[in-house]
Design a protein around this ligand. Structure first.
Ligand code: ISL
Length: 577
């Protein structure tokens, strides 16, 4: 049977510390800045905070390049500041989960510095070193390393360019699936696993409530590190994800570190993520890895091309099909996490909603979806205000390596003619959309900082900000508060079965949630125009429980008649009897 767990009933709020709140006026968000704003979280009613990395780091990838797992980066504060934040959250019954980044470290971590000393250095085998290939054997030329050598295989870094870096001092190459400043750890080495598990236990002893596990399905690499096979459609990600020992490593982690009282969410990259692996990651059974839940990428890859400056068309039926499949996958066992944006994704209202005329309505509609599907909702900072994408106008506006590395090299090589040619796609796709400062007020720099922030503030902050939202009954923020409260008061939202209707409809998403006698019906109009739709849901009585339009009550009789009219971006949640 399906067990009840606190983390199934929770709403998680994600904080990107660099962009949340700056307490010391250096333009960069920090931990005391978060502590100053804890009442915002308490007022919203969230149960858990997921803190993006705050560990010591040279910040090549905003903290996903960790130099010391047990120290706080001085840019963000001290360990005492972190403890104050933890206590301020716990005092308000808000739990805290930390980001666990153990597929790779920074090249400035002491393990890697030691590894560079010689091929038989103590920590050499903490990383993945190989000899280069004969340049004549490779099917293309590389600008890296000695003239007669090519990298050990043809893998591409997820941030562009080869996934290998040559080290002159020792004459070998190391693997980095992300930036060259993020060397991959060698999990085959039991000493790596010992150190990682010990570090995790160290944090658990500091009373944290769980981990978000960065790209955790990359930790086991395939034997022999085989080349990609473009003709068979096998890319680096397909080679690198869900490797032969990944479940073994996670089972070891479960046995040596984790228990089901913690919230553990594994970030599982892949396109797509195979369901058999997915089930095993989150299965609570003996042969499962026992993670609470996972993040998959299927819905956020829906509009993507192969490169950051490419996009592809999608429609609502595609998006519904992805969610329906995952709702179904964990219907009996396992658990979904529900998100439409995070620090790696553009803002959901710009991407899946309408950030112009119907910004508020569509932000609320998307919130309704996230808070009424089966799974644990994740709110990314600013989502509760309906924050939007940023109008980037030149390459200088960007800070992110995932945008800058590939675009710069494509401009250099002439593959991309000019910034103008990729501007719209980068405006749609760049991770920096999510990383602009949190908009607290209409004060200078949106109340985020006393001085110029590290990345531009969205120019819409005079209208879109927390102070304005809090004073306004019709705001996205007030609606989010109601969503969180509604979930807390109705266990059918958490544990009810999901049943979709009109799956082929191109504008309407409709479903019921059922737990014994309790039934909810949700109808969402994903369009900026009125839509009339017939939905064969049966009920003797329907009462409107939530709506993103005032006084939506007129719809009750329409619902009972089976056909009803939804206004632009209208969202309704009914209680059925
Ligand atoms: O998939 C992405 C965006 O669509 C990638 O940007 C992202 O790198 C990938 O999702 C993995 O993300 C995680 O690991 C990265 C780090 O840069 C991301 O911020 C993190 O969430 C490397 O640690």
């Amino acid at each position: 049977g399906e067990e009840r767990r606190w983390w199934k009933e929770a709403v998680v709020y994600q904080i990107y510390p660099r962009s949340f709140n700056d307490s010391d006026g250096d333009g960069v968000g920090d931990i005391p800045g978060i502590t100053e704003r804890v009442d915002h979280l308490d007022d919203l009613g969230v149960d858990v905070v997921w803190l993006n990395p705050v560990y010591e780091s040279p910040q090549a990838d905003n903290g996903y390049d960790i130099a010391d797992y047990r120290a706080i980066d001085s840019e963000y504060g001290t360990m005492a500041d972190w403890e104050d934040l933890r206590d301020a959250l716990h005092d308000r019954d808000i739990r805290l989960i930390m980001d666990l980044v153990v597929n790779h470290t920074s090249d400035e971590h002491e393990w890697f510095r030691n590894a560079l000393e010689s091929t038989d250095a103590e920590y050499r085998d903490y990383y993945i070193w190989r000899e280069g290939r004969d340049a004549a054997e490779a099917d293309r030329e590389y600008e890296l390393g000695p003239a007669d050598e090519a990298p050990p295989n043809d893998w591409e870094s997820f941030f562009g360019g080869p996934a290998w870096e040559y080290h002159e001092g020792t004459g070998e190459w190391y693997l980095h699936l992300f930036d060259r400043k993020q060397p991959d750890l060698n999990w085959e080495n039991p000493a790596v696993r010992d150190d990682v598990f010990e570090m995790m236990n160290w944090w658990i002893e500091k009373s944290i409530d769980g981990f978000r596990m960065d790209v955790i399905n990359l930790i086991s690499k395939p034997d022999g590190l085989p080349d990609t096979d473009p003709e068979a459609g096998i890319r680096t990600i397909d080679r690198a994800a869900n490797g032969p020992r990944v479940h073994e490593y996670l089972d070891e982690m479960r046995d040596r570190v984790l228990d089901r009282g913690l919230l553990t969410v594994g970030e599982m990259i892949g396109d797509p993520l195979p369901l058999d692996h997915a089930r095993r990651y989150v299965s609570p059974d003996e042969d499962g890895d026992g993670l609470s839940m996972l993040f998959h990428f299927e819905h956020v890859l829906i509009d993507r091309g192969d490169r950051i400056w490419e996009t592809s068309d999608w429609d609502l039926t595609d998006l519904k099909a992805v969610f329906d499949r995952w709702q179904d996958a964990f219907a009996e066992e396992g658990w979904n996490s529900l998100y439409l944006n995070n620090h790696d994704q553009p803002r959901m209202v710009s991407r899946f909603g309408d950030d112009g005329e119907y910004r508020r309505e569509s932000a609320k509609l998307l919130g309704t979806l996230l808070h009424t599907l089966r799974g644990t909702p994740y709110v990314y900072q600013g989502e509760e205000l309906g924050m939007t994408n940023y109008p980037f106008d030149s390459l200088d506006d960007f800070r992110d390596v995932e945008t800058l590395n590939p675009v710069r090299s494509a401009l250099d090589s002439g593959e991309v003619a000019s910034f103008g040619a990729v501007r719209d796609a980068l405006r749609a796709n760049s991770r920096d959309n999510a990383r602009t400062p949190m908009q607290w007020s209409d004060d200078e720099h949106a109340g985020f900082s006393e001085s110029e922030p590290w990345i531009g503030v969205n120019p819409n902050y005079p209208e879109v900000n927390a102070a304005a939202e809090r004073d306004d009954e019709g705001s996205v923020y007030e609606y989010y508060r109601r969503l969180v409260e509604f979930r807390g008061e109705n266990d059918v939202v958490v544990y009810g079965d999901y049943h979709p209707f009109v799956q082929d409809h191109e504008r309407v998403w409709a479903y019921t949630r059922t737990l014994g006698e309790k039934r909810l019906f949700v109808a969402l109009n994903f369009a900026g125009r009125e839509t009339t739709v017939e939905i064969p849901v049966e009920a003797d009585e329907a009462t409107l429980a939530l709506s993103n339009y005032d006084g939506g009550g007129r719809a009750v009789s329409e619902l009972l008649a089976g056909e009803f009219r939804l206004r632009p971006w209208e969202a309704r949640v009914y209680r059925l009897a």
